[in-house]
Design a protein around this ligand. Structure first.
Ligand code: 91O
Length: 301
């Protein structure tokens, strides 16, 4: 820990906040040293005011009929939903929420997570791109994490390499439940878009938000694109997330315009039964729920 000792730092309860280790649309993640248990943690800092403003701007008069009715959730409520989901979860391939520091008088809300030492799998130095064996090891961890999530009736909705954290021992943990949803019954009936376009299944990209699609199959699709991205560093251009348009051009056009077989060809390593079965849904897309969604459930054959 001593190499992290900063000269001037912010003290938050027993946590000494140190350098920033991650950032995104959600805010920033700081490294934090817990002076009681002498451990390091990842502290996700959320600016409540910024979240409220973001929501306020969505309160504009309802958009013109032609624009899809985007159901905008109050981001602060969404954060509490995310926290409620994370508190239920306990699995080696899901990042662990340790505690939440939410002082009503403080503009910031702090989510304390376990420190996953090597950060996002994408940022891992890519001078030696992932070997196929490494990519499959990561894939296996993600499948186990996702299978557990779906079993707990939660769809993640934003599976992609930058949301996958790598531990010291090379274990992958799924993070960022900022757009995840809980469901009842066998699957989530989703409409509208959430997540990252390049990793979204064709039916989730439809403009028509009266369209409902399977949340579980959508996660499995994103899993497929993620494995492709992990194995083809050129897609991630050496460590940054693929540009949606870039991956769209070389990828989703193929999927939407051509037969499923071609699609499996586009993601050659993914001729696993899981993906073909999940995509099998798409071919008979008219009524994806005609088949029990478990047929696209996660099982390693
Ligand atoms: C190089 O060393 C590094 C070690 C750890 C990190 C790191 O942890 C980064 C992000 N972390 C997180 C992000 C999350 O969302 C966006 C969530 C969540 O909301 O679930 C949880 C965590 Cl932990 C970075 C670099």
């Amino acid at each position: 820990v001593d190499q992290h000792v900063a000269q001037s730092y912010i003290q938050l309860n027993q946590y000494r906040l140190m350098e920033e280790i991650g950032m995104g649309s959600y805010g920033i993640v700081k490294l934090a040293y817990n002076e009681q248990d002498k451990n390091l943690y990842a502290l996700k800092v959320l600016d409540k005011m910024k979240l409220m403003k973001k929501f306020a701007c969505f309160r504009r008069p309802p958009p013109r009929k032609s624009k899809p009715q985007q159901v905008q959730r109050d981001p602060l409520q969404q954060v509490h939903r995310e926290i409620a989901i994370l508190k239920k979860l306990s699995h080696p391939n899901i990042v662990k929420l340790v505690e939440v520091l939410d002082d009503p008088s403080d503009n910031y809300l702090y989510m304390v997570f376990e420190y996953v030492e090597r950060g996002s799998v994408l940022e891992v130095p890519t001078n030696n791109p992932l070997s196929e064996e490494m990519a499959w090891n990561y894939f296996r961890d993600i499948v186990r994490g996702l299978e557990y999530l779906h079993f707990q009736k939660i769809v993640h909705r934003d599976i992609k390499p930058s949301n996958l954290l790598l531990s010291e021992t090379g274990q992958v943990k799924i993070a960022d439940f900022g757009v995840s949803s809980e469901f009842e019954g066998l699957d989530a009936f989703l409409s509208g878009t959430a997540g990252t376009p390049a990793f979204m299944a064709p039916e989730a990209l439809t403009e028509d938000s009266s369209f409902f699609y399977s949340g579980r199959a959508q996660d499995i699709w994103a899993l497929g694109i993620t494995l492709y991205a992990l194995e083809h560093p050129w897609v991630t251009r050496g460590g940054t997330c693929p540009m949606p348009s870039e991956l769209d051009n070389c990828h989703l056009v193929t999927v939407t315009d051509e037969e499923i077989e071609n699609c499996v060809r586009v993601i050659p390593r993914l001729d696993t039964l899981i993906l073909v079965k999940a995509m099998g849904h798409r071919r008979r897309f008219g009524n994806p729920f005609r088949h029990s969604p478990t047929s696209s459930s996660l099982r390693i054959r």
